[in-house]
Write a protein that binds this ligand. Structure first.
Ligand SMILES: Cc1ncc(COP(=O)(O)O)c(C=O)c1O
Length: 450
């Protein structure tokens, strides 16, 4: 394997090249720093890499073009939020038409019924609510579960990401959950329990006292460092235990719903009480959504078993722009034209080719790594065996190596904003795009072994 000093030297060359080839982005960043911390509207935008951020000129289909004229195949899809592809005519015209008719009236439009009905048909949860992002959908899903059970605690799996929610921005500490970031209450983890993914024994121990309102999980973990697949039988066990101990099961399909028509909940028969969606559902227009089982939908209408006498008896949900007409028009266009069975199956087939190509590339160079594959996405872990939980993953992960791969690819026309999420195939990508990616990745791997 590559020596550390050589890796660092290669990475530094690539970082220099990146910077000197992008004078306009570098200049704009300097200007932007005067008016925004770190020069970006949200610190996250350059949190994932070591080079100056690029400023974007335009994006179309599966490609982004920066202000210096570099064109990139987007293989992170803006962290799955643009999995549909950029600038799709069907979405653009629906959004344009609705904007002219009224973007937001704090009233429902008929599109809302069409979207909720279609989500119910695909995902199997009969009734839906809408927010502006998956984070807020998760927040509200948790509140519904808490109000319904009268329990305060929630359970999440180690290594998760469910959005910027105080309750879930927690990691395991010696005495329970502790905040992962600054600015959170030191006690914000007091009601959060964390157990390792794929560990049914730990899960049962944490649920046994019947104080947990809900377990919040992704079907497969799309965590920092790559994807963790569920063990055979894990989801059956999770559903059995949540039912046994009276905790609701919330499945967060913010990322995974793109991979399979009807999501992995349908493909794997997960039977959640609440299912959360977001990101790509709006095709670029902010949206979050959650589907509720019939008993929970009825509970929202009648939290005390009767219609509420005042709004303060209701569950704490809602926001001024939630469920607005513009996002409903966008979601309807996405569901009818992009997130279709045919297009999703085609992207999953390209994802299978991506996984096969990565595997071939790794084996041909004798790299001691393992490959995961999840519908339209794939990637590799730096160990011969796939890790089963976050602790194992963190032990084998190598951020320096991932950082090098990322910058090498960026210099050669591939953009992976969050590179450790693993590459994903856009619903707008072609077979040639996947081969292009594999070729560049192969040449990067060559530099590691030669
Ligand atoms: C699984 C999962 N859930 C929820 C979220 C939060 O999405 P948003 O930032 O759009 O609210 C993310 C974001 O990456 C996610 O990966």
């Amino acid at each position: 394997m590559i020596e550390r000093d050589r890796l660092l030297a290669l990475k530094s060359q690539e970082l220099d090249r990146f910077r000197s080839d992008r004078p306009r982005s570098v200049g704009l960043l300097e200007e932007a720093r005067q008016v925004m911390p770190d020069g970006v509207p949200m610190a996250w935008m350059n949190y994932h890499y070591e080079h100056p951020t690029i400023f974007v000129e335009s994006a179309e289909g599966a490609y982004i073009t920066d202000v210096d004229g570099h064109r990139y195949l987007d293989m992170n899809l803006s962290d799955m939020s643009m999995a549909t592809g950029y600038g799709l005519p069907a979405v653009a015209s629906a959004v344009d038409a609705q904007f002219r008719k009224g973007a937001q009236m704090l009233l429902p439009t008929e599109d809302t019924i069409a979207v909720a009905r279609e989500l119910a048909r695909r995902f199997g949860l009969p009734r839906w609510q809408f927010t502006l992002a998956a984070s807020t959908a998760n927040t509200e899903a948790i509140r519904v579960a808490r109000a319904n059970t009268g329990r305060d605690d929630i359970l999440i799996f180690d290594g998760k990401y469910h959005g910027h929610i105080d309750l879930t921005l927690q990691k395991p500490g010696d005495q329970g959950a502790v905040p992962e970031f600054r600015g959170l209450l030191k006690s914000s983890g007091a009601h959060t329990r964390i157990v390792p993914f794929n560990d049914l024994e730990a899960l049962e121990a944490a649920l046994r006292d019947e104080r947990v309102a809900c377990v919040l999980t992704e079907p497969a973990f799309t965590t920092v460092g790559g994807v963790l697949m569920p063990d055979p039988g894990f989801h059956e066990g999770l559903r059995r235990l949540t039912r046994r101990y009276g905790a609701h099961l919330i499945v967060d399909e913010t990322h995974t719903h793109v991979g399979h028509y009807g999501g992995l909940s349908r493909a794997w028969r997960l039977e959640p009480d609440i299912l959360v969606l977001g990101k790509a559902l709006g095709g670029g227009i902010p949206i979050g959504a959650y589907g509720l089982s019939e008993p929970l939908a009825r509970f929202m209408e009648q939290p005390g078993g009767r219609p509420p006498k005042s709004r303060f008896e209701k569950v704490a949900t809602g926001g001024t722009l939630f469920g607005n007409a513009l996002q409903m028009a966008a979601a309807r266009a996405v569901l009818e034209n992009v997130l279709t069975k045919d297009i999703q199956s085609r992207a999953a087939a390209l994802g299978a080719r991506l996984a096969e190509g990565i595997e071939e590339s790794i084996r041909a160079r004798g790299l001691p790594w393992s490959v995961w594959h999840l519908c339209n996405r794939s990637g590799y872990h730096f160990a011969l065996e796939l890790p089963r939980n976050f602790r194992q993953l963190a032990t084998v992960d190598d951020r320096e190596l991932r950082g090098y791969t990322r910058i090498y690819l960026a210099n050669r026309g591939v953009w992976e904003a969050v590179c450790d999420a693993g590459p994903a195939v856009s619903l707008s990508a072609t077979a040639e795009d996947v081969e292009f990616y594999l070729n560049v990745l192969g040449s990067c791997f060559d530099t590691l072994v030669n």
